[in-house]
Design a protein around this ligand. Structure first.
Ligand SMILES: [Zn+2]
Length: 388
């Protein structure tokens, strides 16, 4: 059986077409906010149930519980606060005038109304404390801490209605949890392992995916790259999607792997982000979650294996499939980990993204032990990294 969503019930806040038309025709008098892209993505994900059991932006009690305990007020694990705290002159004017009980429309990046929040609460929250507790640092060099410091100081909370899904460059690769669950059921999958990524696949990633597919209890692999707002130096969303399509189409049995995109802003929060990302995949129907070394980490902020241990501290009914650091060993002539290879570290091929990026930038070829040629071709066409 495909596991239940987090909290037991899949949230669906998408309005039926009739309601959408009515809402849009009445929207002229509605107060409107144009939030930062992070909150636009979050609003859509709440609407489609990816953040179940959340049915709206979180209020003070929930935010405090998440920040202090990594849980919702009812005790259910939840590690990343989902806040609507817009900034900018016009938005702040709206935030100032809005009262509990009002409805506020949210517009997307092209200025189109896409969601409506029924405001239940307006509150101040402690950005410093949030950064410290959730990201483990208040260093403004940390991308999410920097984002947090740029957010408004006052947040609006309340349930939302999603009038339309976002128009995203990843198009049909974006799926709702309900659609993915239906596809798992159609394929007869019960035990599905999710693979979180924000990178193009090299052989070390492929090795983890293959090891997982070899496990007897696993029916299928759900490759679910985050393709929303990444940071400078990350691969462009379309590049990640195409690179995975190249790997899957050329190497994996089609009936055992499913690819979909998840457009949200990446939280580089180490363990707490890893747990959050696993909860999302539980909502998409996954029973297992692959967690390698330093998942959702950045720089040296996190112990590389804290992202694995957090699954013991906060049980979420998802089986973590933990792996050690993987590499290609020249002496073994194979992919390996410290569990399977006797050779010194110097025998390992450098599989870092830095190595790959440098080679691509210089137009150098890469050995197939590091990168599949079909994936290399996607990267070699140039302009593959986010530069702004
Ligand atoms: Zn070896």
């Amino acid at each position: 059986m495909i596991p239940l969503p987090h909290g037991g019930r899949l949230i669906n806040r998408e309005s039926p077409p009739s309601e959408r038309q009515r809402r849009e025709s009445e929207s002229r008098d509605l107060l409107k906010l144009s939030p930062f892209i992070d909150a636009i993505y979050d609003a859509e994900k709440i609407g489609i149930g990816a953040y179940s059991p959340l049915d709206g932006f979180q209020g003070k009690e929930a935010v405090d519980a998440v920040v202090e305990r990594g849980r919702l007020p009812d005790g259910l694990p939840w590690t990343i606060p989902i806040l609507l705290a817009p900034t900018g002159k016009e938005n702040l004017g709206v935030v100032d005038s809005v009262r509990a009980g009002d409805e506020v429309g949210l517009t997307d990046q092209s200025g189109r109304l896409f969601a409506i929040v029924r405001v239940e609460e307006k509150f101040r929250y402690d950005r410093h404390r949030l950064a410290e507790q959730v990201y483990g640092t208040t260093d403004p060099q940390h991308p999410n801490v920097a984002d947090l410091q740029a957010q408004g100081e006052v947040a609006l909370a309340g349930p939302l209605v999603l009038l339309r899904r976002l128009e995203l460059p990843t198009g049909t690769l974006e799926k709702t949890p309900a659609e993915v669950r239906e596809e798992f059921a159609r394929r007869g999958w019960s035990n599905v392992a999710a693979y979180q990524t924000r990178n193009v696949p090299h052989t070390a990633h492929e090795y983890l995916q293959r090891c997982t597919l070899e496990r007897e209890e696993i029916d299928g692999l759900f490759v679910h790259p985050i393709l929303g707002r990444l940071k400078r130096g990350d691969y462009r969303p379309a590049v990640i999607a195409e690179a995975y399509q190249a790997l899957i189409q050329n190497y994996y049995p089609a009936h055992r792997v499913l690819l979909a995109a998840l457009s949200i802003t990446m939280r580089y929060g180490g363990p707490k982000a890893a747990l959050f990302l696993a909860i999302i995949r539980k909502n998409f129907g996954c029973s297992h979650y692959i967690v390698g070394r330093d998942q959702a980490g950045i720089g040296k902020y996190y112990d590389p294996f804290a992202c694995q241990r957090i699954f013991d501290e906060y049980p979420i009914d998802v089986v973590p499939v933990r792996y050690e650091e993987t590499f290609f060993c020249r002496d073994c002539g194979w992919m390996a980990t410290a569990r399977t290879c006797a050779h010194p570290v110097s025998s390992r091929l450098d599989t870092s993204q830095t190595r790959i990026r440098t080679a691509i930038a210089k137009g150098e070829s890469l050995p197939k032990e590091l990168l599949r040629p079909e994936v290399y071709r996607v990267l070699a066409r140039g302009d593959v990294l986010i530069t702004e």
